[in-house]
Design a protein around this ligand. Sequence first.
Ligand SMILES: [Zn+2]
Length: 270
Amino acid sequence: MATKSRAPPANLLLEALPVADRERLTADHAPVDLVFSETLSEPGERIRHVYFPIDSFVSLIAPGQGRAQLEIGLVGNEGMLGVPLLLGVNLSPLRALVQGAGHAWRVSTATFLRELESSTTLRAALNRYLYVFLAQTLQTATCARFHPVEARLARWLLMTRDRAHSSQFQITQEFLAYMLGVRRMGVTGAASALQRRNLIRYSRGAMSILNVRGLEAVACACYKIDKKIYARTIRSKGGESGAASGAPRRAYGTADSGNLQGCAEPAHCN
Ligand SMILES: [Zn+2]
């Protein structure tokens, strides 16, 4: 659904793995196309594949009654789908819904578990992502309970921009309300406020982010906390974390914004 403006990126989690692990995991596979609004898993279903998005991104939605559901995660090329397998559980607790069409590496559960069993470096690397996933999920729970809709909407738009690799994407207000777990009227008011400040332009489902820095200033701190957790935890290709080695870190934001160097709230980014 997003308009791609750059060449497809790699999956940063795969890139951070030792070369041998990455090659064993992807050797017999080719990237697959994920289609917008495709459901990859339902709560309680067995996990058949692990996905490493490349230029696609996927919403993770906690089940509720009727439309009372809440997005608790957005996975793009910084992460993977299939985290319960790292804990020895082959069941999905969440609905995984493709929100940005594009490519992803797809690995069968059997292959994934076999490689996990045979490589301590792979298991260690992906356990670090498991920590990131849990920490970000906890952050989202706090966000949904305590942060105002406008700040949450700004955070969500920035997260989507990072994963869509574009400042333009398609989204309806109804879907936004669904994702944020609020009434449509609340999303309409928040989107109008952002538009009046020339931070976004929104018309007939077409969203354009006009001022990334301005939107970052409005977003709740959760957006940068998520990035900080990731940058501190995911090891770089050289086998050391960027924080420990002092090497440049590859934040999962795009180059012109959203990286830690551009953090407007140093307390959250150092
Ligand atoms: Zn928040």
